[in-house]
Design a binder for this molecule. Structure first.
Ligand code: GLA
Length: 596
């Protein structure tokens, strides 16, 4: 079976020579020369036409080939272009969004530093040589870049589907890639696929596994559908600062992890190592020696055998009890905000830390955008949701009022979708009432500085770094933990508020893992979510179909562990399991429980 890629990710030299406009322009207004990959302008009409011609020819030849099961559009879309064509498209996009310059000036707060625009032609993309201080413009540029990429990708899809409307398409994504809003790109594809390259054995593999568990869950959540693992390496990559081999067993384990989270495939970059150029030392199924009896080849064979045994799992999906909000606009707005720790806001890390606590107790979690239907979930986590876009705060309000449980952290609801601050106190947009708390000030700590949170009921203590919000609880709000140091010692650091039929927990400071775990466990108890008592480093996931549940237990540690499991057939070992089993280092099981 073949997933056939269109060639637009790697453009030939003759085209760059004949049509220089296909080459990308950087922030310094320098046009790149031919070289590398992905350095084309996604706006260029010439490039779009050439790509359409190539895709059409390819589709005409292979559309009905029995081996071709899916079309793969381009490769790892990325980057921006600052050429005059893109600048003009940006202005057109803005005109459509704002209608009048007056609206744009208001949204971008351009009266600041006399930056008001009096003619559309004055508007230029933000960049090192141009505007760097208008946050609203910056975020619109990111939205525009996503839009350009999406229309480019969809034009490729249209070219292929013009030949045969039944052809299905994907594009390979890159985990929590910064450049484009993946929720938006995913709308333009039939199936999500992604390229996963964890740096195993570079430190704490249990933390790495939790991080990639979250990455897989983002990919599943983009369309709430099973996804494809499009690229992985059976051994090592060639582009990290240190390119270490996967230890024996890790390839199979990390492949099974992808499947447990909803992947329908494990594919490789690359089948066979090339002799020259940049990727000659990138791991491959077949090495330069051309042999099929190597350690790596045998690991790939073992993985394929495991995948064959897991065929019944295809099409099933984990059913998440919890959701974590990960919104690209919020991420861009936070990264660009002048304040806090300017270069180290660490949204990604915060999400990973909170996600890991849910993962450690076997709580299936979707990582969704702000448009998701929250009523599917018992618990919703809002890490550093600095920006609240229209309708979202109201959605949270209704969700809690009707019995949902939410956990939010510091920096909630500071700005609107244009990055303008909410007035009247944070969290804004009506969220103060839901959480029963006002964050009156934000203290940003220097690296190395800390504080402590002291739990009021248990006297448990957690360390704090980076951020401390000074919380003013409303009447009726429970103070769960207080600060242990500084001028706000004794004041609220963590709160809990009953709102309507639901619960709203608020974490005002960047807590350590034990602190996050304490808040999340209390919230999970409010939400009546079942927790699992898993040994440290064992992940649990359950893919469900109409007829069966598939319980995956994945041991990401190098020690053997005993786990309590469901009784049933382990699809991987072919044995029947009764209630408990031993998992060897890097071992996994997939127990089938028939439900009909
Ligand atoms: C990306 C690309 C591949 C290859 C690999 C190397 O995922 O899509 O073409 O360059 O990286 O890891």
């Amino acid at each position: 079976r073949i997933i056939l890629a269109t060639p637009s990710g790697a453009r030939p030299a003759w085209m760059a020579q004949k049509y220089p406009e296909v080459l990308r322009v950087n922030q310094h207004y320098e046009r790149y020369h031919f070289g590398g990959r992905h350095n084309h302008c996604l706006t260029s009409p010439v490039y779009r036409r050439k790509v359409r011609e190539m895709d059409t020819a390819l589709a005409q030849r292979y559309a009905h080939h029995p081996a071709v099961i899916l079309w793969h559009l381009s490769n790892e879309f990325s980057g921006d272009c600052y050429c005059p064509l893109c600048q003009e498209k940006f202005r057109q996009w803005l005109k459509k969004r704002y209608g009048t310059l007056e609206n744009l000036n208001q949204a971008w707060w351009t009266s600041f530093w006399s930056h008001r625009y009096t003619d559309w032609s004055q508007v230029e993309a933000p960049g090192e040589m141009a505007e760097t201080s208008t946050n609203g413009m910056f975020i619109d540029w990111r939205r525009f870049s996503t839009h350009q990429c999406k229309t480019f990708m969809m034009a490729e899809r249209d070219a292929v589907q013009a030949v045969d409307a039944s052809l299905k398409c994907t594009a390979n994504l890159m985990e929590r890639f910064w450049d484009y809003d993946y929720f938006s790109l995913a709308e333009g594809m039939d199936v999500v696929s992604w390229d996963s390259y964890p740096a195993w054995h570079s430190g704490d593999d249990v933390a790495k596994a939790a991080e990639f568990a979250m990455n897989h869950d983002i990919m599943r959540s983009l369309k709430n559908q099973p996804f494809l693992l499009m690229e992985s390496t059976p051994s090592q990559v060639n582009w990290k600062p240190v390119n270490k081999l996967k230890r024996p067993g890790m390839h199979l384990l990390s492949s099974l992890q992808a499947v447990a989270h909803g992947s329908q495939s494990v594919c490789y970059f690359q089948w066979r190592k090339g002799r020259g150029a940049a990727e000659q030392f990138h791991g491959a199924v077949v090495d330069h020696d051309g042999r099929d009896d190597t350690r790596v080849f045998n690991e790939v064979t073992a993985t394929n055998e495991a995948l064959a045994a897991l065929t019944p799992v295809c099409g099933s999906l984990p059913k998440a009890a919890a959701a974590m909000i990960f919104d690209w606009d919020n991420r861009w707005a936070l990264d660009d905000a002048w304040g806090m720790q300017i270069k180290q806001k660490n949204l990604r890390e915060t999400c990973c830390q909170l996600y890991a606590q849910l993962n450690h107790c076997g709580v299936e979690t979707d990582v969704v955008g702000v448009d998701a239907d929250l009523n599917r979930y018992k618990l919703v986590v809002l890490p550093m949701l600095f920006m609240t876009k229209p309708g979202f705060a109201q959605k949270i309000r209704e969700y809690v009022e009707n019995g949902g449980t939410v956990v939010a952290t510091y920096l909630l609801g500071y700005v609107d979708e244009s990055t303008l601050c909410w007035l009247g106190g944070f969290p804004g947009d009506g969220l103060r009432e839901v959480f029963g708390v006002t964050a009156s000030e934000l203290d940003t700590l220097y690296p190395g500085e800390g504080n402590r949170a002291i739990w009021v009921k248990s006297s448990q203590q957690s360390s704090i770094k980076d951020y401390c919000e000074l919380l003013q609880p409303a009447e009726g709000t429970e103070v769960v933990a207080v600060y242990g140091q500084d001028f706000y010692s004794g004041h609220a650091a963590v709160t809990h508020h009953v709102f309507g039929k639901g619960h709203a927990h608020y974490i005002g400071a960047r807590l350590d893992d034990a602190g996050n775990a304490a808040v999340l466990r209390a919230a999970l108890a409010d939400a009546k979510v079942h927790l699992r008592d898993l040994p440290q480093g064992v992940e649990y996931h359950c893919r469900e179909s109409e007829n069966a549940r598939y319980h995956f237990y994945i041991n990401t540690t190098q020690s053997a562990v005993k786990v309590q499991v469901e009784s049933g057939a382990d699809l991987l070992s072919g044995k029947n399991v009764l209630g408990s089993m031993e998992l060897k280092p890097y071992d996994a099981c997939a127990i089938e429980e028939k439900v009909k």
